[in-house]
Design a protein around this ligand. Structure first.
Ligand code: HEC
Ligand code: HEC
Ligand code: HEC
Ligand code: HEC
Length: 216
């Protein structure tokens, strides 16, 4: 509830402003004024593609998008300890589900809950498959997400002699990465969809720094 209230306040204040570090200057500005090639035909609101001040879904504070509900193929390997098989992998949850509502290419970019279908320019509907940002539903080659990191998982991994993981408290407190409220790794562990100072919505210009935040 506090988070939702905060969003209303921020939506009101930032929607008119801009700055090098704001959504407005990133390819996540899908409004007609967006800097990327994927943008709306006429819609001027920036936040509306992801958020609404009203009638939102229950996925996240004031979230304005449907959920793909797709069956994703998740990462797995013989040395992984987080789950025991590819079939046992958790399906994307939390913020990862939100990102995938555009990035898996199954839902129209302009499809919103509160403002209906917003037409995009150039005949674009879903995220173009030719885009580097298109992920599809096969995530088996991507870093595992949506599982919970526990002290037990870290201890099991480290006891086996796999690349060691740092402690859970070090992960929680690292300035460049964020576990979610349930200590899960999500897309937002490494990416911030609102800021893109370094490219790829990462919080650092050195992607390797992210990895050693957790894998020592
Ligand atoms: C491309 C999608 C996208 C756009 C565009 C977007 N956001 Fe978000 N926003 C997100 C996601 C994803 C979350 C995380 C929700 C969660 O934590 O479950 C979020 C969360 C938030 C939150 C909650 C606090 C936080 O940071 O977790 C605020 C406030 C917010 N957004 C404000 C805005 C405003 C203001 C705009 C327009 C200027 C905007 N957002 C545009 C994706 C977007
Ligand atoms: C409303 C749709 C939408 C949502 C939701 C969304 N994105 Fe995107 N994202 C896009 C579009 C459109 C692009 C630009 C694609 C292009 O230009 O080819 C993009 C580009 C990106 C890129 C590449 C940036 C670059 O520099 O080229 C990354 C990384 C990314 N998104 C991550 C995320 C993450 C992480 C989330 C969830 C927190 C998310 N996105 C949510 C639509 C979305
Ligand atoms: C462990 C950190 C991490 C997690 C978790 C993560 N990413 Fe990324 N992502 C990166 C890095 C680092 C890059 C920069 C390019 C690279 O090194 O592959 C990247 C690149 C991208 C790109 C740009 C396309 C490309 O291949 O260059 C998109 C889009 C993207 N991520 C979306 C997502 C989404 C959606 C999720 C959740 C399902 C996610 N990422 C989870 C670290 C992560
Ligand atoms: C927030 C912490 C965190 C960050 C950041 C992170 N990882 Fe991970 N990573 C983990 C955890 C936890 C696992 C699960 C380990 C297990 O189950 O054995 C994992 C698993 C992996 C695996 C699979 C290991 C296996 O045994 O199959 C690879 C590969 C990997 N990470 C590489 C990377 C790379 C490359 C980066 C940087 C782009 C990165 N990680 C960033 C925490 C993180």
């Amino acid at each position: 509830m506090r988070k939702a209230l905060l969003l209303v306040i921020v939506l009101g204040v930032t929607a008119g402003g801009s700055g090098q570090d704001s959504v407005r200057d990133t390819v996540h500005n899908l409004s007609v004024s967006g800097p990327g090639t994927v943008r709306a035909a006429a819609e001027t609101r920036v936040c509306v593609f992801c958020h609404t001040p009203h009638t939102s879904s229950f996925q996240a504070p004031l979230w304005n998008r449907q959920d793909s509900g797709g069956a994703y193929q998740m990462y797995w390997s013989e040395t992984l300890d987080a789950y025991t098989s590819q079939a046992a992998a958790p399906q994307p949850n939390g913020s990862s589900k939100l990102c995938l509502s555009c990035h898996d290419g199954t839902i129209a970019l302009g499809s919103t809950i509160a403002s209906g279908d917003i037409p995009m320019s150039g005949g674009i509907t879903t995220l173009p498959t030719a885009s580097d940002a298109y992920l599809g539903q096969d995530l088996s080659g991507d870093h595992p997400v949506s599982f919970t990191v526990t002290d037990h998982l870290i201890a099991t991994n480290n006891a086996k002699g796999d690349v060691p993981l740092v402690s859970l408290s070090e992960m929680r407190n690292h300035p460049l990465v964020r576990l979610d409220d349930g200590d899960r790794i999500q897309c937002m562990t490494c990416h911030d969809p609102h800021h893109d100072p370094f490219g790829d919505f990462l919080l650092t210009s050195e992607p390797g720094e992210l990895c050693v935040a957790c894998h020592s």
